[in-house]
Design a binder for this molecule. Structure first.
Ligand SMILES: C[S@@+](CC[C@H](N)C(=O)[O-])C[C@H]1O[C@@H](n2cnc3c(N)ncnc32)[C@H](O)[C@@H]1O
Length: 286
């Protein structure tokens, strides 16, 4: 019996993915606007650039077996399959996304058994169906924030990687609490609670906490980076496009979860502006 968080995430993406694809395209992640977020560009290009910049930061230049953990409708997976002539497995909690990603792989001629190819299924990243040491690269783009147990998530990634394989995780974090700013304030907790509720997030943690978890899980050469500034303009773009009449109708049609998600866009923009929400990258090698 799926738990309520799993159901909430599944329903959110089942209901909203079609609209997202229609309005924003295949990538369900932030865009990259230069290191300080000052370069103006088309929002879809910014999303593609984020993939390239992340791969560049992690120095991933080749991979033959890839897991896209939290794959959406396959935007990254199809890109990675083609880029690296790789076999990619994508997992998501949303049957609608898995189905759509599979259709898109077929349309792109990437649904065969030989690389480049991409296959998608519904599976939980905390208990995946894959044997130990199945992949040489794990890509997790904006899914870690959904994981109810961050330790188990990183342990599972470690288990799935071949020795020498690399994890690249890009995820929403809150600000570090070991600095002068100290622990999260009541107001910050309240702002986060609203975002958690609307987007199906159990909680987020800080980037230093992720680094500690990764090291404890066994990852070597763990590195992190905070790209909050680089992606912050994305929320202005999303808000602007959500005000389009076609998008507004779609949001209303998609139901209450998507409507609340649209209402929370301002909270996300505010979270980036006051540095509460951080856009974190982590890489580590098994
Ligand atoms: C914001 S979307 C990102 C999609 C994709 N990575 C992209 O960049 O287009 C978050 C994704 O994480 C997936 N997800 C969340 N929790 C998951 C879990 N426990 N196991 C597998 N996938 C999960 C969702 O189903 C969704 O596909």
């Amino acid at each position: 019996m799926p738990n309520s968080l799993t159901q909430q995430i599944q329903s959110f993406y089942d209901a909203s993915s079609g609209l997202w694809e229609q309005i924003w395209g295949e990538h369900m992640h932030h865009g990259y606007y230069g290191p300080t977020g000052t370069i103006r560009k088309d929002r879809r290009q910014a999303q593609i650039d984020l993939i390239d910049e992340c791969l560049g930061w992690a120095k991933v230049t080749q991979a033959s077996t890839i897991l896209d953990c939290g794959c959406g409708i396959g935007g990254s997976a199809l890109t990675l399959a083609t880029r690296f002539n790789a076999k990619v497995n994508g997992i998501t909690l949303s049957p609608v996304q898995a189905q759509r990603a599979t259709e898109r792989a077929r349309a792109a001629n990437l649904a065969g058994d030989a690389p480049p190819c991409a296959h998608f299924q519904v599976a939980d990243a905390l208990h995946t169906p894959f044997p130990d040491e199945s992949f040489d690269f794990i890509w997790s783009m904006e899914s870690g924030e959904h994981m109810p147990d961050k330790v188990q998530f990183l342990q599972e990634c470690y288990r799935l990687l071949k020795p020498g394989g690399k994890l690249l995780m890009v995820t929403w974090c809150h600000r570090p609490t070991d600095s002068l700013a100290g622990p999260l304030t009541a107001a910050e907790r309240q702002q986060l609670a609203w975002i958690y509720r609307v987007y199906g997030l159990p909680y987020v943690i800080s980037l230093p906490e992720y680094a500690d978890i990764a090291q404890t899980a066994g990852f070597q050469a763990v590195q992190t980076a905070d790209w909050s500034q680089a992606v912050a303009p994305f929320w202005d773009e999303v808000i602007a496009s959500a005000l389009d009449i076609e998008a507004l109708i779609g949001i209303l049609r998609a139901g209450v979860g998507t409507f609340q998600g649209a209402l929370a866009l301002g909270a996300m923009r505010q979270g980036f502006a006051n540095s509460l929400i951080r856009f974190g990258l982590l890489q580590g090698v098994r």
